[in-house]
Design a binder for this molecule. Structure first.
Ligand SMILES: Cc1cc2nc3c(=O)[nH]c(=O)nc-3n(C[C@H](O)[C@H](O)[C@H](O)COP(=O)(O)OP(=O)(O)OC[C@H]3O[C@@H](n4cnc5c(N)ncnc54)[C@H](O)[C@@H]3O)c2cc1C
Length: 486
């Protein structure tokens, strides 16, 4: 059988350029805004590859017959084919390959942790060289599609084989990915979103300097062209109940309501003014224009801002604080940099922007002034012990070693828990001790016959690409079930 991956043009390309010539090409560097410029504005930091850079980087791909990179991609993008299409200069075809399995390639090209996914499987690593920049190339091809009329032509893929209605709860990456696949299969898909913006964390969490809203909007428009309907400001479990959805004729429901409930540390002083969650801080800045002093609910523009945590959310918060004028924007993290869950690129960018890292410190108390506003924090010095359940070395307090530092704002970014509304509003759902919805691991079906679930509401806080992979798997399983019932 001739599959796309063993077509004759591939062989011709392989022969036209010897592996040695390919492996001698250095990995491309992503053009970036200079740190002193970008740390004062919200413009996108990574500027994207030029066509010349993309063509050059695409040449590095060795076109491995077993494509190990694909094993690292939860949505199974045909990576060698899209890269070869870039190498041939056929950018629309490269984008089409991406869109065949990913609803959000322009998003994933910007925020996926490729270093632990597709790029971690690249053959170059075995050669002790840098992996092919798959993420940069994905962004390049996806952005070409967005710029191109072809984008809307691609959208006319809707297969009108069925008019069965399915509902999606939540418009984050899991919900959008599910909606795209189901629309392509011909279902009538409605996405219900509690907020006034579509996109979940992509809009309310990740700031514009990493993921511009316009990029997310283009992907959403693509879904609208496929026929997906969006209902904003609609809280399932409040505005509409599960039985309302049944009465409206939805034959299947995919719950993708995410993990937007912030965790706190429950230490003295956490209720002081000026101590808030990163969830509140980022949502207000990203969705409510709170960085403007004339906004209805402006955020405090702290000068000495401490962000507690070491994940992507913490890095985003501290970099926002810097952009909003913090003279000292500080990360306080209880382990060392090696254990930080944030993407490597985010940590690098944060350092370049002058963020101060207090690693191996943990807050134990916040101290307020007479008006009840935070003015200082007491930090416990930590060391590293044995690995814990996460596989990372555990933080252990050094007895008697504390320090007090002045702060005028604290943003707590120590993880999130599942949004509790759906698990309590949908009677009969099995829910874990952590509040996640329990599903069949293969089909993502819940205990309720018509209800499937995926993304952070099932995994707890995870990643965009894992949420999207869940959306795809749930769509395939729900389709199989609905088709069997017909
Ligand atoms: C600040 C931040 C930065 C991040 N950075 C990265 C990164 O760089 N790379 C990465 O891979 N991952 C990152 N993540 C994690 C990633 O964004 C999440 O894992 C992913 O968005 C989960 O997708 P989801 O669709 O399950 O949920 P979400 O994106 O949380 O979307 C859930 C949606 O459901 C809606 N909803 C909830 N309840 C209801 C209801 N009852 N009715 C209707 N709608 C409802 C919510 O309003 C929300 O819009 C980051 C997370 C945060 C918070």
């Amino acid at each position: 059988m001739t599959t796309e991956r063993n077509e004759p043009w591939r062989e011709a390309l392989r022969k036209s350029m010897k592996a040695k010539e390919r492996t001698d090409i250095p990995r491309v560097k992503m053009p970036e805004l200079a740190p002193d410029v970008r740390s004062r504005n919200f413009e996108e930091v990574n500027r994207g590859l030029t066509a010349e850079q993309a063509l050059q980087e695409a040449k590095r791909c060795l076109d491995c017959p077993d494509a190990p990179c694909m094993a690292g991609c939860p949505v199974e993008i045909d990576i060698p084919t899209f890269i070869k299409n870039i190498e041939r200069g056929n950018f629309p075809e490269a984008a089409k390959t991406l869109k065949a399995t990913s609803a959000l390639p322009a998003v994933c090209g910007r925020v996926c942790p490729q270093e632990t996914q597709c790029e971690s499987q690249c053959t170059y690593l075995k050669l002790k060289k840098e992996a092919v920049a798959i993420g940069y190339l994905e962004r390049f091809a996806a952005d070409r599609l967005a710029d191109n009329d072809n984008h809307n032509n691609q959208s006319n893929h809707k297969n009108n084989s069925s008019d069965i209605k399915v509902a999606v709860v939540g418009s984050g990456p899991a919900g959008l990915s599910f909606a795209g696949d189901m629309a392509k299969l011909g279902y009538t898909v409605t996405v219900f979103e509690a907020l006034h913006e579509i996109g979940g964390v992509l809009k309310y969490g990740i700031p514009e300097f990493r993921l511009p809203n316009t990029v997310v909007d283009v992907e959403i428009e693509h879904l609208q062209h496929l026929g997906v309907k969006f209902e904003k400001n609609c809280i399932i479990g409040k505005t509409l109940s599960q039985s309302d959805l049944d009465d409206m004729g939805f034959k299947g429901i995919f719950v993708a309501s995410g993990a937007g409930l912030p965790n706190f540390m429950h230490i003295p002083g956490e209720n002081l003014n000026g101590v808030l969650s990163s969830n509140e801080y980022l949502t207000r800045v990203n969705l409510m224009e709170a960085r403007k002093t004339e906004a209805d609910t402006p955020v405090w523009l702290g000068k000495r801002v401490a962000v507690i945590g070491g994940g992507n959310t913490a890095m985003d918060s501290v970099r926002v604080a810097r952009r909003l004028g913090a003279e000292q924007a500080i990360i306080v993290y209880r382990r060392s940099e090696e254990e930080m869950p944030a993407r490597v690129e985010e940590v690098k960018h944060a350092k370049e922007e002058g963020i101060i890292f207090l690693n191996l410190y943990n807050p134990i108390e916040y101290i307020g002034d007479e008006q009840g506003r935070v003015k200082a924090m007491v930090l416990q010095k930590m060391t590293l012990g044995e690995p814990d359940a996460s596989g990372r070395r555990s933080p252990v307090p050094i007895e008697g070693a504390t320090e007090t530092i002045e702060v005028d704002e604290v943003i707590v970014s120590v993880g999130v828990s599942p949004n509790p509304l759906i698990p309590s509003a949908f009677k009969g759902l099995e829910v874990s001790r952590k509040g996640t919805i329990v599903v069949n691991q293969d089909t993502l079906q819940t205990d309720l016959q018509t209800v499937f679930a995926g993304g952070d509401i099932v995994r707890g806080g995870a990643t965009v690409i894992l949420a999207m992979g869940d959306g795809r798997r749930a769509a395939a399983a729900m389709h199989k079930k609905l088709a069997a019932n017909q």
